[in-house]
Design a protein around this ligand. Structure first.
Ligand SMILES: [Zn+2]
Length: 375
């Protein structure tokens, strides 16, 4: 089977609780996918990632092309056997990395020409991206797209969108190994131009993809633009297929997107925030490096079930960060990824109950707060 999707309940403006059915098990939605860029996580081990409750992770085709390369995945069978991860995997197509990483690149109708991290020149086409994702053996593959900055003018954004649409058709044609049960998602582009977003959502949803992603956001637009574009896309995407907002974002961004009908997310922010000494909590963002945390004997967040809160006092994590011990970032990363999972669980429970509006209002108010003292 490829990916199936059941919507259990729609609440409020369009928030959905559902189940994503994959060949590696059922995944409750909304769902957050931690990022394992090179088939490995930054700062945390695979066991740490498992302990956060993650059932699906994201890995980047762009990086895996370079190392270990397709041949290694072919010889191991797939990424699951290679890295020892039994859960589901989603692979991006490489489009976003080509856009976001430094270095020369050019896009032609044929594909994207760029340099890999090792310096090797490479041409990635819709067909070769699918071939690589088939070698990786992810449960969900993404079609190669062209991403541009949100601040790009309409002409440039339209060009990128038109190429994305042509590549979407080529990606579907290249998806020939269907018996392996891999799903393929299409990506809506269109920047922050409402007419282009509508055009792109209509064009991509008309194609027989297993799910639909909203790409090209969190790349320079305002929060209000991001929310407007997200709502515009979800209103046009098919109700019975999963919707994935790529690369977004803060806990508040996740809540706002779920409110507008998004089911799936990935983001590096939980790890990035950990590196900067910040802990996500349901009461706001805790500044762990502040001197006020030094004597805190309780956990980062009272009531949190993560490995860090179960075993380390806040004052000790503060100390590890102060002396530059890598374990400090590890504990914070575990807590932040666990928090993203717990947030999804809380949102899902809210959608399934009659309390959604109350929960939505409460989280909008609490999540962006900055906490300068222990909870
Ligand atoms: Zn915790």
């Amino acid at each position: 089977m490829t990916v199936g999707f059941s919507v259990l309940r729609v609440n409020g403006r369009g928030a959905r609780a559902g189940v994503l059915h994959t060949r590696r098990g059922d995944i409750p939605t909304p769902v957050f996918m931690p990022v394992a860029t090179r088939a490995s996580f930054r700062h945390i081990s695979l066991d740490d990632a498992r302990s956060t409750g993650a059932k699906i992770i994201l890995s980047n085709t762009y990086h895996l092309l370079d190392a270990p390369g397709a041949a290694v995945f072919e010889s191991f069978g797939d990424i699951h056997r290679f890295m020892g991860w039994q859960g589901a995997v989603l692979t991006d197509s490489g489009g976003y990395q080509i856009f976001s990483l430094p270095g020369e690149r050019s896009i032609t109708s044929r594909g994207a020409h760029f340099r890999l991290p090792s310096g090797r020149r490479h041409l990635l086409t819709p067909e070769s991206s699918i071939a690589m994702q088939q070698a990786i053996g992810s449960e969900i593959m993404m079609a190669l797209d062209v991403c541009v900055e949100s601040t790009s003018d309409e002409l440039l954004t339209r060009d990128a969108m038109t190429t994305t649409h042509a590549w979407a058709v080529r990606s579907l044609e290249a998806h020939t190994r269907k018996p392996r049960g891999q799903a393929l998602f299409g990506i809506v582009q269109g920047g922050v131009h409402p007419a282009l977003r509508e055009q792109s959502a209509a064009a991509i949803s008309a194609l027989p993809f297993d799910g639909f992603a909203i790409g090209g956001l969190a790349v320079g637009e305002t929060r209000s633009e991001r929310e407007t574009m997200t709502g515009l896309c979800t209103a046009l995407l098919p109700a019975q297929k999963p919707r994935y907002l790529m690369g977004v974002g803060t806990p508040l961004d996740l809540v706002e997107a779920v409110h507008r009908g998004v089911d799936m997310f990935d983001c590096i922010l939980p790890t990035k925030m950990a590196q900067q000494g910040w802990a996500y909590t349901f009461s706001g963002v805790l500044e762990v490096m502040r001197p006020a945390m030094q004597h805190a004997q309780g956990p980062l967040e009272p009531g949190c079930g993560c490995l860090a809160c179960q075993s380390q006092p806040l004052g000790y994590i503060h100390h590890l960060l102060r002396v530059g011990n890598a374990q400090g970032v590890r504990w914070l990363a575990i807590h932040n990824i666990h928090h993203s999972q717990a947030l999804m669980g809380r949102l899902r429970a809210g959608i399934l109950s009659d309390d959604w509006d109350c929960l939505y209002g409460e989280l909008r108010e609490r999540l962006p707060r900055r906490l300068k003292a222990p909870l």
